[in-house]
Design a protein around this ligand. Structure first.
Ligand code: GRF
Length: 212
């Protein structure tokens, strides 16, 4: 199948590890003509990630990695950086990617690796942010889109969207609400990036998003 996001202006590689519902949101917004992004490659850290099927259904090339590949994390990151460059990706978009991005990738894409986090950073860093926020009984949480750097979950924040946690919600209710926000916010931020409206201050500490 032909890549249904092809022919758009900003070329990105999307990095996944699981369901890929955020990948799907980007594919759908792009196919609908609301997002000027071409996904030139999907990198999966796991062979069983459902997102690989979503990429294939959209005609997007995939690089599928496995646990053994990450035994040498440096080499795995070199391979990812090379594949993304060969695919002519201009930005890397992490969407549920559960591995660290290391200098071979970060140096190849300085200030051009974007991450999605299901909490309002700097609160609830780490891999279990929704559960951790739920367990803490917070009344407000949300979603963060930020640039990835060597400091895990600490790179410059591009955009955040808050969510009021309603009385009586289960963890499933909270997850559903978080994902609904992610599926809107991530394509919106990528549209700003594609329009050249996201800049980083010279000290590399702050991202400025015009229109976020
Ligand atoms: C999202 O909640 C993302 O914020 C987190 O992992 C989840 C990925 O979901 N890091 P999906 O694979 O895009 O469905």
């Amino acid at each position: 199948m032909e890549n249904i996001t092809a022919g758009k202006s900003l070329k990105v590689a999307v990095l996944i590890s699981g369901s890929g519902s955020n990948l799907q949101a980007i594919i759908d917004e792009s196919a609908a003509g609301r997002l000027d992004v071409e996904i030139v490659l999907v990198v999966s850290s796991r062979p069983d990630a459902y997102g690989i099927k979503r990429a294939q259904a959209a005609g997007i090339p995939t690089l599928v990695m496995c646990k053994e590949d990450y035994a040498n994390a440096q080499a795995a990151n070199e391979r990812i950086a090379k594949a993304c460059k060969e695919a002519a990706a201009e930005y890397l978009v992490m969407a549920g990617y559960m591995r660290m991005v290391l200098p071979p990738v970060l140096d190849a894409y300085p200030n051009k690796v974007i991450n999605l986090h299901p909490a309002l950073l700097p609160s609830f860093k780490g891999a279990h942010a929704i559960q951790d926020a739920f367990d803490a009984g917070v009344k407000v949480t949300g979603v963060t889109v930020h640039l990835a750097n060597e400091d895990y979950d600490k790179g410059p924040i591009i955009a955040q969207r808050a969510l009021a946690v309603e009385e009586g919600w289960s963890i499933d209710d909270l997850e559903e609400a978080i994902h609904a926000i992610e599926h809107k916010l991530y394509p919106e931020v990528l549209a700003l990036v594609a329009a050249g409206r996201v800049k980083v201050t010279p000290d590399g500490k702050t991202a400025i998003a015009q229109g976020a």
